[in-house]
Every structure is written in C-alpha cells, then in structure tokens.
Design a protein around this ligand. Structure first.
Ligand SMILES: NC(=O)C1=CN([C@@H]2O[C@H](COP(=O)(O)OP(=O)(O)OC[C@H]3O[C@@H](n4cnc5c(N)ncnc54)[C@H](OP(=O)(O)O)[C@@H]3O)[C@@H](O)[C@H]2O)[C@@H](O)CC1
Ligand SMILES: [K+]
Length: 223
C-alpha cells in the first residue's frame, strides 16, 4: 500500500481543496463520519466518550465527531487543548455549529471518567515538540491506560518519521485519511498507532504526483 509523508499529505489536501474545489468542510465531515463508522464497528465502551481537540484541522475533525456522537445520543464531552480564540477558521466554523446543537464544551475533564478518548489534538500539521503542559497531560493519560482512538495520527508522533515529539498519546486504533503515513508504520510510531485503519474521504492526488515512498515495499490494513 502507498505510504506518504506529512508534507505529501498536506499537498494532496491542498490540491483537493484549492484545485479540485472540494470544500474543506466536506472533507472534515467525511473524515468525522469515517471515524463514526470505526467506532460503530468496534467493541469500544461508549459509556463516556471524551474528545480532545486541538486548534487546527485535526481539532475540527474532533469537533465534528463530537457533534455526530452527540446527535446520536451518546454521552460525549469535548475539551480543547490550547486557547480556542487562536483556533483555525475550520474549528471556529465547527464550534459555531455545535453551539446551535446546544453542545457545551468542557473546561476541564476527568480522564478517569472517560471510557473512550478520541485524540484530535494534532495530526499531520505537527511540526515541533509538543508544548510542555501537553506532554505532561499525555504522559498522565498514557499512565491510566485508557482506550484511545487517534484521528489521522496519534498526537506527538511525527507522521513522516515515526519519532515521538516530546510525548505521544498511545492509541488502540488510528483512523487515518487518504493514505497511511510512513511514520505510523515505523519506529515507535508504528507501535503507538495501534491498529491503523485507512479511510477514503474523497481526497484526490494530482495526476503527476511523485511519492517519496515506493508502494511495493510495504503492506498495511486497508478498509
Ligand atoms: N487540510 C485539509 O483540508 C484536511 C485535513 N484534515 C485533518 O487536518 C489535519 C491537519 O490539519 P492542520 O494542517 O491544520 O494541522 P494540525 O495537525 O491540526 O495542527 C494544527 C496546527 O498546530 C500548529 N503546531 C504544529 N506543531 C505544533 C507544536 N508542536 N506545538 C504547538 N503548535 C503546533 C501548526 O500551526 P503553525 O505552527 O504551522 O502555525 C498546525 O497547523 C489532518 O491530520 C487531518 O486530521 C482532514 O479533516 C481532511 C481535510
Ligand atoms: K490526532
């Protein structure tokens, strides 16, 4: 199966949105729906779902997932990591929608109460060490061994190299979009990603795209 680096994935996202004209919110909705499929097909304890969201498009996926779960009647909490006033427009749009659903964000959540954690903090946009406060939070969450579903990549894993950027939230399952990422198959990233499920969300790859990875070297689970 074809693997990609973080920057290749970003180029494919940009091509799909800017050249093809697929609205970004449609991709986010499809990403969220694909995660709902995985949650529904798995044997997860859904008594209390906690969604941790970041300030970029990965966080926007998280807010959309929260809305879809809430609309189905699940007990779901949404907690942001970082200052929401600095969130990308995609997140702000999702937040405006959930407000109208009557969904209220949590300021601080008790991880012990959660039966399932959805990690939508950072995805392919991760470009540095995680902030120290977040590293601490992740280490504490790993310690209590909750079941985690990572959105696109486990937070803290470099999607290109599989290295840990300070700390990484260990996932039971990672739902990744379009193509699997090299970093989810190598080094510690391979271990911390758990079961990797690749979902098609309608991304298009430019016809002349040159991948740095040669497809016949690898195999992975495709769904
Ligand atoms: N593109 C699309 O259309 C679609 C994308 N989708 C989803 O979006 C995800 C990629 O989204 P994203 O590019 O917004 O980046 P994300 O991982 O959310 O990070 C947010 C921002 O955080 C920042 N930052 C980075 N590292 C940092 C650090 N260590 N400490 C602090 N800040 C740090 C950095 O901002 P910068 O520093 O560059 O200003 C970065 O931009 C992808 O994984 C998939 O889930 C799908 O829904 C399909 C449609
Ligand atoms: K994530």
């Amino acid at each position: 199966m074809q693997l990609v680096t973080a920057s290749e994935m970003q180029k494919i996202d940009t091509y799909t949105v800017n050249t093809i004209g697929m609205p970004q919110d449609v991709l986010i909705e499809r990403a969220a729906l694909s995660v709902i499929d995985v949650i529904g097909a798995g044997h997860f304890n859904l008594e209390h779902i906690l969604v941790l969201a970041g300030l970029g498009n990965n966080g926007a996926d998280g807010v959309a997932i929260t809305r879809l779960l809430y609309a189905q009647g699940f007990n779901v909490s949404l907690q942001f990591v970082g200052n929401v006033s600095r969130a990308k427009e995609s997140v702000q749009r999702q937040l405006a929608i959930i407000e109208k659903y009557g969904l209220v964000r949590s300021e601080k959540s008790d991880f012990n109460e959660a039966t399932l954690i959805i990690d939508a903090i950072f995805g392919t946009g991760l470009n540095n060490l995680l902030p120290e406060g977040l590293q601490k939070m992740i280490k504490a969450a790993n310690h209590i061994e909750k079941t985690v579903i990572a959105i696109d990549t486990p937070t803290g894993i470099d999607a290109t190299t599989g290295e840990v950027r300070g700390a990484a939230l260990k996932a039971h399952t990672t739902v990744t979009f379009g193509y699997n990422k090299i970093g989810l198959t190598q080094r510690v990233g391979g271990y911390l990603s758990g079961n990797v499920i690749v979902k098609d969300i309608g991304l298009l790859t430019p016809p002349d795209f040159s991948f740095s990875d040669t497809a016949d070297k690898h195999s992975a689970t495709d769904v």
